[in-house]
Design a protein around this ligand. Structure first.
Ligand SMILES: NC(=O)c1ccc[n+]([C@@H]2O[C@H](COP(=O)([O-])OP(=O)(O)OC[C@H]3O[C@@H](n4cnc5c(N)ncnc54)[C@H](O)[C@@H]3O)[C@@H](O)[C@H]2O)c1
Ligand SMILES: [Zn+2]
Length: 357
């Protein structure tokens, strides 16, 4: 088992990463001092796959388990669904000490996390992420949120979990698209923080795609470690944490201009290349490193080129994004592979030129 420590003073916690670790959840919760009642929040897909294994690890340790389900899908990240869950938590007499176990992908993690942060002014949260994206990204760092109309992820809190239990085996049932969504974020960590990790990804991309356990454990561990390092330096997203948005300026614009037909991972992959090309055209990132990144993204099964979208629409979407400060579009650009900088001084015509390429 690998452990990542997320060091946030009295809010510190660990992510435990291993195959088959789901079956140890009961023991781990007992060791962490929890007793009696636990509530699992999940969806029917994940419950069908892993609900029973989780319950079977909890009951022998003396826990009484209540499982609450929400339908699958991003639309469930809403105040309405949170409201329904508050009622159900009250009905099953969940108390201040009752932990909520978020079993699922980022949608469940964000929603159950939001509910845990607000129900009775906060009950303990345990993240049990089951998608690659959730394992390397959303389960770590304590951002919990629901969507509200146009406000995506904007009604929320910083609320750290007590423990993250990451079972690599759960990735075996993911479809390719959901897996590559996560891979885009994994590549992102290499570009923003660690060139050595990018080299590892280049060497092992085929093993990763074929779900080799050792390779998966390594990339999840290193990604979680990098996110933990960044978050530990800037828990409340005031400065450094912005680098985690590398690829997301153009990425979010592609998602919204395509009415979310282009998935998050694909959009971020194109966004990472766009930012790398901008840096290259500004004379900063070398051609060689740009080509290396393009090749890795392609090998990961992700796109590097824009789908049929109008550049004006993308620019307009970028100007309406939350990363825009005083009308300027904020970019995270690679200086070299492994190191990025934040700038809002990118020329609009350069952005257009790169997107039209
Ligand atoms: N809090 C954060 O810091 C943060 C960071 C990044 C993304 N997010 C959020 O995460 C969400 C996206 O998360 P996601 O990509 O995990 O999507 P998701 O939670 O919708 O999961 C994708 C699909 O996979 C299914 N699924 C989950 N685990 C499975 C498994 N092991 N086997 C088979 N199917 C499985 C789900 O039911 C769903 O249909 C977005 O709402 C995004 O805003 C949050
Ligand atoms: Zn992302």
């Amino acid at each position: 088992m690998k452990k990542v420590k997320i060091k946030l003073g009295s809010n510190s916690y660990e992510a435990h990463i291993d195959s088959g670790i789901l079956s140890q959840t009961g023991r781990k919760l007992k060791k962490a001092g929890f007793v009696d009642k636990v509530v699992i929040i999940t969806n029917p897909v994940v419950k069908g796959l892993y609900g029973e294994a989780l319950e079977q690890s909890l009951t022998p340790e003396g826990f009484t388990v209540t499982t609450l389900q929400v339908p699958d899908g991003e639309e469930q990240k809403s105040l309405e669904t949170a409201g329904r869950l508050y009622h159900e938590l009250a009905n099953c007499h969940a108390e201040r000490t009752t932990p909520i176990l978020a079993l699922g992908g980022g949608v469940i993690g964000d929603l159950a996390g939001f509910v845990a942060a607000t129900y009775l002014r906060g009950v303990p949260l345990i993240q049990i992420p089951t998608t690659l994206l959730a394992q390397v990204d959303s389960s770590i760092g304590g951002k919990v949120a629901v969507d509200h109309g146009q406000l995506k992820n904007k009604i929320g809190a910083f609320y750290q979990p007590r423990l993250v239990i990451t079972d690599i085996d759960t990735l075996k049932t993911l479809d390719n698209k959901t897996l590559s969504d996560g891979l885009a974020e994994v590549i992102k960590y290499g570009v923003i923080w660690d060139k050595g990790f990018l080299t590892y990804l280049e060497k092992n991309i085929d093993r990763i795609k074929s779900l080799n356990e050792e390779a998966l454990e390594e990339i999840i561990f290193r990604s979680a470690e990098i996110k933990a390092e960044v978050v530990a330096k800037d828990e409340k997203d005031l400065n450094l944490r912005a680098i985690l948005n590398y690829g997301h300026t153009v990425g979010h614009a592609i998602e919204s201009a395509s009415d979310f037909r282009v998935g998050h991972g694909e959009a971020v992959a194109i966004g990472m290349i766009a930012a790398a090309r901008i840096s290259n055209k500004m004379g900063i990132l070398s051609e060689n490193e740009l080509l290396r990144l393009e090749s890795l993204i392609k090998q990961a099964g992700l796109p590097t080129k824009l789908p049929e979208l109008k550049v004006e629409e993308l620019i307009s979407a970028m100007q309406h994004d939350k990363k825009v400060l005083m009308g300027k579009i904020r970019f995270i650009l690679p200086e070299v592979l492994g190191k990025v900088f934040i700038t809002d001084e990118v020329n609009l015509s350069l952005i257009e030129q790169v997107l039209l390429d």
